[in-house]
Design a protein around this ligand. Structure first.
Ligand SMILES: [Zn+2]
Length: 256
């Protein structure tokens, strides 16, 4: 049976028989994730969160449609890692513009960019495209949508949070031999200005990491993943339901 609110699994009559005020577009990536998670981790998690958010909203009477995830992300500093697939921010901009144009004539009021990859910096895209579309555009980084207190150290890339999430969603894709998982150690910048936060520079992944991971995954459990993802889905769904009835002319106002 198809999952509710998942465009890739929906039929034409189903789509045309109701309105879809909010669409979700997951942004993934294709890149190594330490030694124990698959290249498609970000795409997998973004897709799953989007599907659960759509289902939760539909369960509350708000039609939210989850679009297929974009499987490639911005990986300009990981191109020396085999078969990492990079798309440029300018390519993302062109693609997002086309997606927005496709949605505009069909009653969609808002598009939520559901990001699952740190290298996808989507704000600049929204700043560029918002003035030329009637759709309300919003960004959610799913891994920041809930309280990470359940984790010892959530980590940054293939760390405890991401590992726990994959253990919950697709345990068969996590390397079974936990003893062989990398420690996810990362090196600080050699520049004081970057270490202190005065300056930012993108990390050269092969210099900054040992096993491509950033963050120790070894305390991850499927239970922690479920707890975090459930909380994140709940908060993102609540936002999507708000957005479905929001007035774009009154998104900021004095408190009532
Ligand atoms: Zn990831």
């Amino acid at each position: 049976m198809s999952r509710p609110g998942l465009l890739a699994e929906a039929s034409w009559p189903h789509i045309t028989s109701r309105s879809w005020p909010v669409a979700l577009l997951p942004f993934g990536a294709t890149e190594p994730h330490n030694t124990h998670l698959p290249y498609g981790t970000d795409t997998l998690l973004g897709s799953e969160v989007a599907a659960r958010v759509a289902a939760a909203c539909i369960g509350r009477g708000t039609n939210v449609i989850a679009l297929p995830a974009i499987p490639f992300g911005v990986n300009t500093t990981q191109l020396d890692l085999p078969l990492t697939i990079n798309v440029m921010p300018s390519t993302q901009l062109a693609l997002l513009r086309d997606v927005i144009r496709s949605l505009e004539p069909h009653g969609v009021r808002a598009l939520v960019l559901l990001n699952a990859h740190g290298g996808n910096e989507l704000r600049a895209l929204v700043r560029e495209l918002q003035p030329s579309t009637s759709l309300m555009l919003a960004i959610v980084n799913w891994w920041q949508a809930a309280d990470p207190a359940t984790f010892d150290v959530p980590g940054d890339h293939a760390g405890e949070l991401e590992t726990a999430a994959v253990m919950h969603v697709a345990p068969h894709l996590v390397a079974a031999n936990r003893a062989a998982w990398g420690e996810g150690r990362s090196h600080p910048s050699t520049l004081e200005g970057v270490r202190s936060g005065v300056a930012w520079m993108p990390r050269r992944w092969t210099q900054a990491t040992v096993d491509t991971g950033v963050g120790d995954p070894r305390a991850a459990t499927a239970e922690k993943g479920e707890q975090f993802m459930t909380a994140a889905v709940e908060r993102i769904a609540a936002f999507c339901c708000e957005l479905a009835v929001a007035d774009p002319r009154r998104l900021w106002a004095p408190p009532a």
